[in-house]
Design a protein around this ligand. Structure first.
Ligand SMILES: N[C@@H](CCC(=O)N[C@@H](CS)C(=O)NCC(=O)O)C(=O)O
Length: 281
């Protein structure tokens, strides 16, 4: 699969794109925004697949939409967004933003030019090794919210009439939540995430000064997958009070991109964080 690196695919033909891709997302999910911005920037330059179409399906992860039977059993057993579905082309859904990003680079090769592929892959992986949960859920009542996500799972599990498949999926999700989600929301994890973000941003700054002088994007005149991931990440850092760790030139680069119609269309006047949008959350 493409997640191992970017292999521009010879097995895909333009005629294969008979069905639109379904992109499951949430407007306050950083990983969802990153892949949606990849699609938007890909469309800016164009694809070799003329019939490429993405249908967006919003999952209300703040009201347990990710726990619906159809989504959990047939789209993403982890109960998370983003997820990319296209039965005729992909077979099983892609359920991780990095896998989706690297797959999108097959559909939109300009998103990952050969000369910069190793850097883009390395940087996207570095960015995604940071706990976005630890960065984003920092107030005590937000951390409490994450711990309490077990409750809606347990409430559904208490129902007697669930299918065996759905019950298994919910039990798996509960364990996943306990073992990988809850442990991320501690002050120590937040401090680590901020320190790691600083290092990644310094690397972004180096890319910008080496390649970005001849255009608005990290590698110059054409946007890549890395721009999509970095810009959304910067928006989230700003919203979480971490503006101070963003190098000045990276901040200016972000301002330029955030003034573009593609960004404004993606965000539709909203922040990346649910807690900034809904102050009573
Ligand atoms: N590693 C995954 C992480 C996805 C993820 O954490 N998604 C969050 C939103 S940003 C989500 O769906 N949370 C709901 C939940 O875990 O129940 C990726 O990169 O796609």
């Amino acid at each position: 699969m493409a997640a191992q690196g970017i292999e521009v695919s010879s097995h895909l033909a333009a005629g294969d794109m008979k069905q639109p891709f379904k992109l499951y997302h949430n407007i306050f999910s950083i990983c969802s925004l990153q892949v949606r911005f990849c699609v938007s920037l890909g469309n800016l330059i164009g694809s070799s697949f003329p019939n490429l179409e993405f249908e967006e399906h919003e999952i209300d992860i703040y009201h347990s939409g990710q726990l619906d039977e159809q989504f959990l059993c047939h789209v993403n057993p982890k109960g998370q967004v983003p997820a990319l579905v296209n039965e005729s082309v992909l077979g099983t859904p892609l359920t991780d933003s990095m896998d989706i990003t690297f797959y999108l680079a097959e559909l939109y090769p300009s998103l990952c030019p050969t000369a910069h592929t190793p850097t883009i892959v390395k940087m996207v992986k570095s960015l995604h090794s940071i706990s976005f949960l630890a960065l984003s859920f920092t107030k005590p009542h937000h951390r409490e919210y994450i711990y309490n996500l077990e409750e809606p799972l347990k409430a559904i599990l208490a129902k007697p009439d669930l299918s065996a498949e759905y019950r298994r999926a919910l039990e798996w999700k509960l364990q996943f939540h306990k073992s990988t989600q809850s442990p991320q929301v501690t002050q120590e994890s937040t401090d680590t995430a901020i320190a790691e973000s600083k290092i990644v941003l310094e690397e972004v700054d180096m890319i910008l000064s080496k390649w970005g002088t001849e255009g608005n994007w990290l590698f110059g005149a054409t946007p890549t997958s890395l721009d999509a991931h970095v810009i959304v990440f910067i928006a989230r850092l700003r919203e979480t009070g971490n503006e101070n760790i963003i190098p000045g030139s990276v901040s200016l680069y972000a301002d330029t991109v955030m003034a573009m119609p593609e960004w404004k269309k993606l965000m539709n006047g909203k922040p990346t964080s649910y807690s900034v949008y809904n102050t009573s959350f």
